[in-house]
Design a binder for this molecule. Structure first.
Ligand code: NDP
Ligand code: MG
Length: 376
């Protein structure tokens, strides 16, 4: 029996993780969870799973749990309290944004393994997080489908024999549009992802291709690769989740239907596998797997992510923070779709990089760029 805490249980990944736990009560017990504003979701989960601790974003919501035998905490400290609760064997971090960084570090310091969906954590502090994980002997198990794929391809292989990895990208909602057409797209268009049903922020990140940029950075830290070993390719069917080429030119790929419950479950059971009730992949139904070269002029956010990774230091923190603000503004219909990348480019150009930042410096820069007033 594995005791699991879920940070971000009301989100897209969080709810799919709840589904995985509900299907395997003989393997997993939910001991803690956090939600942000969706308190009804938390109450429903508390009723179904009887966890020990729950955290909500706002203190005012604590009173809503009065009828239940559960410890209730709140805010940033609440996230850490759930992440470090003493009965956890594993914490699934399914928060969105860099708010996921402090509880990840807190759990690592307690020696608790992390199933990581929250890619922003590795974007802003990959070097630090992986360093802490090594120091405390903690496994960081990737949930992102591309990284779960690479992780599986690398199982039992020597890292020294990896030539390169290829991260596949569906292309998001606007994969068939030109840059001119992107000027006038709407929020509703952007939220209409062809292959995956996900939270709003990652759906926009997929449309701008920033999501793939984040995944490049995430892969660098998870698998300790050089930037020139990390390639991206368009693959609109989202069937090949990613690939690894070895020094002898042999390529291994991991395939599956686009269903995040599989990588979530694998992170929960690693290094074992248990049954999963999703339909099997039927290639005779898929019929075709298409690939297209990635164009960094078309997908500028991916280029900025490669640039930020090359520059290093606090540049990826700026990339992420400005992106978080810009995506929120786009969702709020305050700025246009292409303004997202324009803001990021402008702020990256102006940023004075701090090399090898401490955790405090990272959190400080993150806050500075999130609280800044932006003109477009
Ligand atoms: P969602 O927006 O659906 O869920 C985010 C979760 O985080 C919600 O539970 C939300 O709470 C909570 N949350 C957000 N802000 C705060 C805050 N300030 N304090 C406390 N809780 C907060 O996101 P997804 O599930 O789509 O994505 C989660 C992460 O996983 C992201 O990093 C994403 O990039 C990554 N990922 C997602 C995939 C997917 O298929 N969805 C695939 C691969 C990676 P509430 O809603 O209650 O306010
Ligand atoms: Mg992904």
């Amino acid at each position: 029996m594995k005791n699991i805490a879920i940070l971000g249980a009301s989100g897209s990944i969080g709810q799919q993780a709840i589904d995985v736990i509900a299907h395997h009560p003989e393997h997993f017990k939910l001991v803690g969870l956090t939600v942000g504003k969706r308190v009804d979701e938390a109450i429903d989960i508390v009723e179904r799973f009887n966890p020990e601790i729950v955290s909500v974003q706002h203190e005012k919501d604590i009173a809503r749990f009065a009828a239940y035998d559960v410890k209730v905490v709140h805010g940033a400290e609440g996230l850490k309290a759930v992440a470090t609760s003493s009965h956890n064997d594993l914490v699934l971090n399914a928060l969105v944004g860099s708010v996921g960084l402090p509880p990840t570090i807190a759990a690592i310091e307690q020696g608790i393994d992390i199933a990581l969906a929250n890619k922003e954590t590795l974007v802003v502090a990959g070097e630090l997080v992986m360093g802490y994980a090594k120091k405390y002997g903690v496994n960081i198990l990737p949930v992102d489908s591309e990284h779960a794929a690479i992780f599986q391809c690398l199982n039992g292989e020597s890292k020294r024999q990896v030539k390169k990895i290829t991260i596949t990208a569906s292309g998001g909602s606007f994969r068939d549009l030109t840059r001119d057409q992107l000027e006038t797209v709407t929020v509703a268009d952007a939220l209409n992802h062809p292959n995956w049903s996900m939270g709003q922020k990652i759906t926009i990140d997929s449309a701008t291709m920033m999501n793939k940029g984040f995944e490049v950075i995430e892969a660098k830290w998870l698998f300790d690769l050089n930037i020139d070993q990390i390639e991206t390719i368009l693959h609109k069917e989202s069937i090949i989740h990613s690939m690894v080429e070895f020094v002898d030119t042999s390529v291994m790929a991991q395939l599956g239907t686009p269903d995040m419950r599989m990588p979530i479950q694998y992170a929960f059971t690693y290094p074992n596998r248990i049954e999963h009730d999703a339909p099997s992949l039927d290639l005779s139904e898929v019929m075709q797997l298409n690939f297209k070269k990635m164009d960094l002029d078309r997908y500028r956010c991916l280029k900025y992510a490669y640039d930020a990774l090359k520059i290093g230091g606090t540049m990826p923190v700026v990339l992420n923070a400005v992106n978080e603000v810009a995506v929120a503004k786009f969702l709020n219909q305050e700025i246009g779709f292409l303004d997202i990348e324009r803001l990021i480019e402008r702020e990256m150009k102006a940023h004075q990089v701090i090399e090898h930042p401490t955790l405090e410096q990272i959190l400080d820069i993150d806050q500075q760029y999130k609280s800044k007033e932006y003109e477009v």
